[in-house]
Design a protein around this ligand. Sequence first.
Ligand SMILES: Nc1ncnc2c1ncn2[C@@H]1O[C@H](COP(=O)(O)OP(=O)(O)OP(=O)(O)O)[C@@H](O)[C@H]1O
Length: 320
Amino acid sequence: MSTAEPPGIQVDGVSRAFGAVQAVAGLSLTAPQGQVTALVGPNGCGKSTLMLMLASLLAPDAGSIRILGHDPQVDTDATRRAVGWMPDQFGAWDSLQVAEVLEVMGRAYFLPRPQLRERIGVLLEQLDLASLARTPAHVLSRGQKQRLGLARALVHAPQVLILDEPASGLDPAARKRLLGIVRGFAADGGTVLVSSHILTELEEMADRVVFMDQGRQTGQASLQELAERPQRWRVRSLDASSLWRALDAAGVHRGRVHRTDPEPEGYAEVTLDLPDEKVAALLLADLVTHDGRIVGFGPAAGRLESAYLASEAARRQGAL
Ligand SMILES: Nc1ncnc2c1ncn2[C@@H]1O[C@H](COP(=O)(O)OP(=O)(O)OP(=O)(O)O)[C@@H](O)[C@H]1O
């Protein structure tokens, strides 16, 4: 990518209030092309409001938004062509069949009919909706509606994909499909901004994360950077005395080790805080060398979850 290319999404000092509620308050963030950026924050922190503004459906009170260099309020048509938006609630398409929803959407973007028909065929296959093509949208299950919502967002082959809670209601196979579609979209150079409260899932999907709280950005990092932060690790062994001997031999101070309560039957399980994944890898090698009879070794929580739980928002919610 040349350095002259604009980011897929650039937000600077954006605010939006609804009456007395300041939903977004001086927020800045960047979502680069070719990457999946996760948007993480507690309920009501302003994620959906921000996404509506990015999709040109709501005007900011202040600040600047650029979608591939376009201002959504000025270059509205160009923004809407560039953006595929999947809201957290499915709209009122109840009288249409599944394929018709996509046809109506595609025609709104003036796609030529043969091209649109082909595109709809591909999307119905990709999202496992082909057998439901002639089913009225109102009889779809929640997860099927979510899949149609994603197909609708993709129908005009956008360059920027904005997904609000896309995985909610999806079964495991559909989640896997979603993951593949989103990763493929970014691998083809697209920009993705995705919000979700299911952090394990976002961790698989995202390259970067932006944390939001009370309408502001409170931090951003790549998933790689999160791996270099201190984290709690869980160690399981077949046998307690072997584990403690190996921990001693590896030079781990006993005061740093927490016993798991209750202890799993027949196993010993402990947790300890380690500064980063490199130290974790060295410790695992040591414990194996000293015959700790290790059967499990991994982070007690995901990278994203650990980073979120360490945030002010989580502390305020009493998550710790
Ligand atoms: N149309 C509206 N009128 C009045 N208040 C609104 C409106 N839309 C959003 N809000 C308020 O703005 C704040 C931010 O809401 P928003 O939906 O953007 O949060 P969110 O981060 O998407 O939440 P969630 O994680 O629960 O989906 C909330 O306090 C909400 O009640």
